[in-house]
Design a protein around this ligand. Structure first.
Ligand code: NDP
Length: 244
């Protein structure tokens, strides 16, 4: 796909779905602004595309100033952000009875405030330009709550509500919104699970249902970005065929 005219910011681009999307969009010649905490990983992606336009930023999505710095870099260079992809997330699932309040706090901050910080940083210029596209990675867990996933699902239900609200507010302003809701996908996300039983459960689940690869989710993001200006993909739910 030719995306050479698109200025695209990806928050959470250092591994998994974000990194696969960055690689695919770099092949499409998009102007990419990649952010995450592990800058070395971002620079490794950048090094694979020496002829492309890839800029990297060390940014924590819980810190609004750091998020804004990435958006401002794109605005300074191109005068616009065409696409903001809020993809950063963690999934430290555990039974509520364990009372892991620090993990709950981290999930709320990264999975919800991270998305809101992205919106706060990018939306004003998009609204002014009457053009733009905000994409957020949600989850099948944003539709279905299983045991031990209450807080993670809570954050992903919240992201869906925020994105629906964003669409309701900004549709007439010509802003596209897309929710990407993957099922089980083979990434480093399982490393964010600290409860050993949960970690094993997630790995077994992925294996037993022949889970997806991050490159497959990247194709869905690319499709949403490539649509014509009068067409907005509100949500894509991408399950492994064997995930009910
Ligand atoms: P990874 O762990 O491979 O990727 C997570 C990404 O989020 C990394 O780039 C990481 O970068 C970034 N990130 C995490 N915390 C922060 C932070 N505070 N600031 C900036 N970036 C951060 O997992 P996935 O690729 O699977 O996860 C991507 C998204 O997909 C998440 O929102 C996840 O909830 C969602 N998802 C994943 C599914 C799966 O089965 N894998 C299923 C459904 C949804 P760094 O650590 O360098 O900061």
């Amino acid at each position: 796909m030719d995306l050479s005219k698109k200025v695209i910011v990806i928050m959470g681009a250092s591994s998994g779905i974000g990194a696969a999307t960055a690689r695919l969009l770099a092949q499409d010649n998009a102007k990419l602004f990649l952010a995450a905490r592990r800058i070395k990983r971002l620079d490794e992606i950048k090094a694979k595309f020496p002829a492309g336009h890839v800029e990297t930023f060390k940014a924590d999505v819980t810190n609004f100033d750091e998020v804004k710095r990435v958006i401002d870099a794109a605005l300074n260079e191109y005068g616009r952000v065409d696409v903001l992809y809020n993809n950063a997330g963690i999934m430290p699932t555990a039974p509520l009875i364990e009372g892991r309040r620090d993990e709950w706090q981290n999930m709320l901050q990264i999975n919800i405030m991270g998305v809101l910080n992205g919106i706060a940083a990018a939306l004003p210029s998009m609204a002014e330009n009457h053009s733009g596209h905000i994409i957020s990675t949600d989850s099948v867990a944003g539709h279905v709550v299983g045991p031990d996933g209450a807080v993670y699902s809570g954050t992903k239900f919240a992201v869906r509500a925020i994105m629906d609200g964003l669409r309701a507010e900004q549709a007439e302003n010509n802003i596209k919104t897309t929710i990407i809701s993957p099922g089980s996908t083979g990434t480093e996300l399982f490393n964010s699970i600290n409860d050993p039983d949960q970690k094993q459960f997630a790995k077994n689940f992925f294996k037993n249902i022949n889970g997806l690869q991050p490159e497959q989710i990247a194709q869905a993001v690319e499709f949403a970005i490539g649509t014509q200006s009068n067409m907005s993909i509100s949500e894509l739910i991408i399950r492994p065929t064997r995930q009910s």
